[in-house]
Design a protein around this ligand. Structure first.
Ligand SMILES: O=C(O)c1cc(=O)[nH]c(=O)n1[C@@H]1O[C@H](COP(=O)(O)O)[C@@H](O)[C@H]1O
Length: 237
């Protein structure tokens, strides 16, 4: 059985900011209301990898959302480099060749603790977007197929919307993680997200970690919003 995850560690705050100064100010404001942070393109390309190492040294957990997707050799070597940074999670797109390469890169650095998450279908996509991108399957079927492939290949966790969590759990079993962005507390703006779920409903559908960005980062009191989300998670468990 998987290790129990505390309500606090289930919340991952997306640091989609322009600079490490801005990110560090937000982290200081949030204080002990969160301890798991995600660094994606915006911050990653603006000093975010150095910040990731500093956060790990300070006892935080870090999710590097680099969404790797390239020829196998490049993905494998990229994952080997990332494995030295101390992050807990790294994303790759859920294409079989890419996932196999990421698993080889992970396994080449034993003891790094890095876990690979496969991004199935972005939460900003609906069936029309999938069709426009050339896929014959709708979002739910595409997520199910990719989750099953990820499990077969040895990926550690799946990124999907919480709307697909039950199907994904069915495909991947109890030992793989399910990590869901597209989380919106009741009444929060969806923005560009199309498959949104509240924190409590996500947890009840079997999700392990929730990724929350703007509802926290754009709030006038980010610490308060983070605390409320963790309380909602705790209640739903
Ligand atoms: O891989 C991700 O983290 C991700 C996958 C996905 O399908 N949808 C998605 O929104 N994300 C990321 O999750 C975060 C969501 O941010 P908010 O919409 O501001 O809560 C962003 O950093 C996205 O890059």
């Amino acid at each position: 059985m998987p290790e129990p995850i505390s309500p606090l560690d289930r919340l991952i705050v997306a640091l989609d900011m322009a600079s490490t100064d801005e990110a560090e100010r937000l982290i200081a404001r949030i204080g002990d209301a969160a301890r798991f942070y995600k660094i994606g393109y915006r911050l990653g390309y603006a000093g975010g990898l150095g910040l990731a190492e500093r956060l790990v040294r300070a006892g935080h957990k870090v999710f590097l959302d680099l969404k790797l997707h390239d020829i196998g050799n490049t993905v494998e070597e990229g994952v080997r480099s990332v494995a030295g940074l101390g992050a807990t999670f790294l994303t790759v797109h859920a294409y079989p060749q890419t996932m196999r390469a990421a698993v080889r890169g992970r396994d080449a650095v034993p003891g790094s603790g890095l876990r690979i998450l496969a991004v199935t279908v972005l939460t900003s996509y609906d069936d029309d977007d999938a069709r426009e991108a050339g896929y014959a399957l709708g979002v739910a079927d595409l997520v199910a197929v990719r989750a099953a492939a990820a499990r077969e290949i040895g990926i550690d966790g799946i990124v999907c919307a919480a709307t697909e969590a039950a199907t994904v759990r069915d495909r991947v079993g109890p030992d793989r993680l399910i990590v869901t962005p597209g989380i919106r507390p009741a009444g929060a703006e969806a923005g560009d997200q199309k498959r949104i779920v509240t924190p409590g409903a996500a947890i009840r559908s079997g999700v392990d970690h929730l990724v929350v960005g703007r509802p926290i980062t754009a709030a006038s009191d980010p610490r308060d919003v983070a605390r409320r989300i963790v309380a909602e998670i705790e209640q739903a468990l």
